[in-house]
Design a protein around this ligand. Structure first.
Ligand code: SAH
Length: 241
């Protein structure tokens, strides 16, 4: 890993662990667990071939102030970002991207914003809100080139949360364990209804006991019906099956 990148990520880890000792953001409480389980796991995204630069350098401070980012290069959304994963390591590793993180829990978003300020991560912002509400908001609907999510929900629910935010032709990248055969089979109706096609499954290995995991990459092929996402709580209680 590039030394400047590594030292920025170490800085992120130490500020994150400090926040994590005050409010519960992640079960990975030691440096080693946080480095592998949160930071390296987030960076698996960099192994996907379509992620690689060059992208134009962006006026990221202006973006952060205006908050819309329209027309300014690759826009990525992290849904259910929690304490900021994969949002924060990826914002540091990909300065050419503009990142938005969303989470339903206000106090987690407040912690992520404190970390963003302390580490001066100018290409990331974190907003409180639920996927079911913000997915209908014209400021966010169909506005993102890439939608990311780790640890949020089962696939059929997750596609209903993510698809409304993706542009047509945009990608949805989901962090998953390897044993998801049943989840994948069950998600076929949601994929069809939400115009999402599974492009690839990327397996990767983390050091030590963390083992193998995978990224699922979907492409959104067309706009989706206005009725999605359904109201708060419905995609998880009553997934499209
Ligand atoms: N992505 C982080 C956190 C995963 S925990 C990580 O991998 O470490 C799941 C997070 O999703 C929680 O922080 C929870 O508050 C949030 N969440 C759950 N349902 C949500 C919804 N419908 N909309 C937005 N956020 C939601």
């Amino acid at each position: 890993m590039d030394q400047t990148l590594e030292s920025k990520l170490k800085g992120l880890m130490s500020v994150f662990l400090e926040e994590n000792s005050k409010i519960n953001l992640s079960a990975y409480r030691t440096e080693e667990a946080c480095w592998i389980g949160n930071i390296l796991d987030s960076l698996a995204f960099l192994e996907l071939s379509f992620v690689s630069p060059p992208f134009p350098r962006l006026p990221s401070e202006a973006w952060a102030k205006e908050g819309t980012g329209e027309g300014l290069g690759v826009r990525a959304l992290d849904l259910g970002t929690g304490g900021g994963f994969p949002l924060l390591p990826l914002a540091i590793a990909l300065p050419e991207y503009q990142f938005t993180g969303i989470d339903a829990t206000q106090k987690k978003i407040a912690a992520v914003n404190r970390i963003i300020e302390r580490q001066n991560i100018t290409n990331a912002r974190a907003l409180p809100g639920r996927a079911e509400d913000l997915g209908r908001d014209p400021l966010h609907r169909e506005k993102y080139d890439i939608v990311l999510s780790r640890g949020l929900a089962k696939l059929s629910t997750l596609l209903e949360y993510c698809a409304p935010f993706a542009k047509t032709g945009g990608k949805i990248v989901l962090w998953k364990s390897l044993n998801i055969l049943e989840e994948l089979a069950e998600s076929a109706p949601a994929e069809k209804e939400l115009r999402c096609r599974l492009l690839l499954q990327h397996r990767y290995a983390l050091p030590g006991d963390f083992g193998e995991r995978q990224l699922l990459v979907f492409e959104k092929g067309a706009p989706i019906p206005k009725k999605y996402p359904r109201g708060v709580g419905i995609p998880s209680k009553n997934p499209l099956l």
